[in-house]
Design a protein around this ligand. Structure first.
Ligand SMILES: NC(=O)c1ccc[n+]([C@@H]2O[C@H](COP(=O)([O-])OP(=O)(O)OC[C@H]3O[C@@H](n4cnc5c(N)ncnc54)[C@H](O)[C@@H]3O)[C@@H](O)[C@H]2O)c1
Length: 359
């Protein structure tokens, strides 16, 4: 029988790229993407999905009956979300909680009734902000750094591991993800659901509709090409904050083996990210963008740190590397070149979304 793979949030950056790569590599599968098109620019992916042979269903994960459109699926990749770490600040958290937590619960309920496994896109934001703020950072050139031989509970020079603290505030967004993870564990125990959780750091690549609060890598490159404001926000305002970056195609490589069944990855949680070798500070990112785009733009400085912002996050991917042999293949330069090519090729439709008029 044809395998059915469903992707919620399937018109978003991650969901659409995964759906298209799955359809490319798995002509034996029927691939269904469900999305409510809330994210600006997600509508641009509809022709791409259609061309790849992915069936699109307009639906909202907050509404349990919308998921009935998926039918019996063998595997559901839950990639829908309000993914901003600032969501709910200065506004009601209702949409965030409804989408990220109740939406995930509706996906679990759908799987309980119909069978099928879950691959859940969680976030590095489940980790404790106070604990992350206590990491012993030292300025090093244009970035913060941690001594390669330093270590503590759940962290080392390689980055943050899965046993890092999740206690204390972690942002409303991070809490919706951790709560969803807790329900996945309950559905495994109570109903025998099979599921794997991936806690992702910064993901990027073509078709990410970058905003200041989510998707900064594509936004940075887009502003270098199309113009528009950029600021180094927080941590003194000099752009020394550091993240590791994972190309969405590397994320696919990590997840793809589970599409035939999560196997012995059932019940496991993995950090996914580019790791120390694919990390970058904002200042360094500016240098890369200037070199690749050939443009230099003015970047403002806002010294005050915004809520939930952290100076440093690098993923320790030892657990998944040891268990599956996966490693990120794309270098930072390759990833940025890829984004640059995409922006040039689709300039007409992307400039109104990623250019100067937006935030
Ligand atoms: N991009 C990253 O850096 C990153 C990092 C860690 C985790 N994640 C997680 O990966 C997943 C995908 O993120 P992304 O970067 O593709 O974000 P995205 O915003 O590009 O995609 C999310 C999609 O979900 C859709 N959506 C939102 N609310 C919905 C609802 N109620 N019903 C149906 N669809 C809805 C949006 O329209 C959008 O197309 C999310 O779960 C996110 O939390 C992303």
């Amino acid at each position: 029988m044809t395998k059915r793979i469903a992707i919620t949030g399937g018109a978003g950056f991650v969901g659409s790229n995964l759906a298209i790569m799955i359809a490319r590599d798995r002509p034996d599968c029927s691939v269904i993407a469900l999305d409510n098109l809330k994210r600006r620019g997600s509508e641009l992916t509809l022709p791409r999905l259609a061309e790849a042979g992915v069936e699109f269903k307009h639906g909202d994960v907050r509404i349990a009956t919308d998921l009935e459109q998926l039918g019996d699926v063998d595997c559901l990749l839950e990639c829908s979300a309000e993914p901003s770490v600032l969501a709910g600040h200065g506004e009601s958290p209702a949409y965030l909680i409804d989408s990220n937590l109740n939406g995930a619960l509706n996906c679990l309920e759908h799987l309980r009734r119909t069978g099928g496994e879950m691959i859940f896109l969680s976030s590095s934001r489940v980790y404790s902000i106070p604990a992350l703020l206590e990491l012993p950072l030292t300025p090093s050139g244009q970035r913060f750094d941690i001594a390669a031989d330093a270590s503590g509970e759940g962290w080392s020079g390689k980055g943050i591991a899965e046993d890092f603290s999740t206690s204390g505030p972690r942002s409303l967004y991070g809490t919706t993800k951790l709560a969803a993870e807790a329900f996945i564990a309950e559905y495994r125990a109570a109903y025998g659901l099979r599921a794997t959780v991936y806690r992702c750091g910064v993901l990027t690549g073509p078709w990410q509709m970058g905003k200041v609060d989510q998707g900064f890598v594509t936004l940075w490159m887009a502003r270098h090409l199309f113009g528009g404001p950029l600021s180094y926000i927080g941590h003194g305002g000099d752009g020394t904050q550091v993240r590791d970056v994972l190309h969405v195609a590397d994320l696919y490589d990590a997840i793809a083996p589970s599409l035939d069944g999560v196997g012995d990855l059932d019940g496991q949680t993995f950090n996914l990210g580019g790791g120390r070798d694919v990390s970058v500070s904002l200042r360094e990112l500016t240098d890369h963008c200037e070199r690749i785009s050939g443009n230099t733009i003015e970047i403002a400085s806002v010294p005050e740190t915004r809520p939930n912002d952290i100076a440093y996050y690098i993923t320790d991917t030892s657990r998944i590397e040891t268990q599956t042999g996966w490693q990120p293949k794309r270098s930072l330069e390759e990833t940025l070149e890829d984004i640059h090519r995409w922006l040039i090729e689709h300039r007409r439709v992307l400039e109104p979304i990623l250019g100067g008029g937006t935030s």
